[in-house]
Design a protein around this ligand. Structure first.
Ligand SMILES: C[S@@+](CC[C@H](N)C(=O)[O-])C[C@H]1O[C@@H](n2cnc3c(N)ncnc32)[C@H](O)[C@@H]1O
Length: 229
């Protein structure tokens, strides 16, 4: 059940866009520091899970400053990124193929991509089913998706340490180096995420099969995979 103090609907969309515009100048640095660079390992795992051939065409949804796009290109894929925060896009180190659009209404034609990646954005969308329908629409038949999100580790000890780190240290360090409100929203926003079984059901309803879910290294991130029917 979402926290009643968190914004929902249109209010959430405006809040999220403004927040990412605000933190965009320091976003990359803080990401690396706060995840001990695990974020890049998780992105690599997500890309590898797609089992793509060289030159495949990927959409990175909610690409932020373009980390996934950069990695995908380094691995020999063609990749375009899209995000609704112009601040995040303008702080990317990439000079081409970053497009402003909303995940609920993507500005791409049907069946355009071989695969879609999405990093740490599911909890930021106002609703998941319309986003999943958009992913299904722009993906070619048999195309694959890899959706990364933060997670709570399954082991009790790891979960305890992670809870202190994520709920106390992240807002404190984020407040010192960037914006306290934004880095308090980060742990709180996990409450937006529906249970795993519900997300899997939503993906199936949107037209995906072979839906998989796993916790990644350290247990602090999770990966959903699926194939367009
Ligand atoms: C936590 S950041 C992740 C950025 C990037 N994917 C990464 O791996 O670092 C979440 C991103 O989702 C974007 N976002 C949130 N809601 C969106 C929407 N409805 N349409 C497009 N982008 C959205 C935000 O602007 C932000 O850049």
């Amino acid at each position: 059940m979402p926290d009643p103090t968190l914004p929902i609907g249109k209010e959430k969309a405006v809040f999220v866009r403004e927040m990412f515009d605000t933190i965009s100048p320091t976003y990359d640095r803080l990401n690396r520091v706060m995840t001990f660079k695990l974020d890049q390992i998780w992105r690599k795992q997500a890309l590898n899970s797609l089992g793509l051939q060289e030159n495949s065409y990927i959409l990175d949804l909610a690409c932020g400053t373009g980390d996934f796009v950069k990695l995908a290109r380094l691995q020999g894929y063609r990749c375009v990124g899209t995000d609704f925060s112009t601040g995040m896009l303008s702080h990317s180190k990439l000079s081409n193929d970053l497009v402003v659009s909303d995940a609920l209404n993507l500005s791409f034609a049907n069946n355009s991509f071989d695969a879609i990646t999405c990093g740490f954005a599911l909890r930021n969308f106002t609703e998941l089913p319309p986003v999943f329908r958009e992913l299904e629409r722009v993906l070619r038949p048999n195309g694959r998706i890899a959706l990364l999100e933060v997670a709570k580790p399954s082991s009790l000890v790891m979960r305890f340490g992670h809870g202190i780190y994520f709920n106390k240290v992240v807002p404190f360090v984020g407040g010192l180096l960037s914006d306290r409100r934004a880095y308090s929203y980060l742990p709180a926003s996990v409450n937006y995420l529906p249970p795993t079984a519900t997300i899997i059901e939503m993906l199936v309803k949107a037209g995906f099969s072979n839906v998989s879910h796993k916790l990644l290294i350290s247990g602090a991130a999770q990966l959903y995979g699926a194939t367009k029917v």
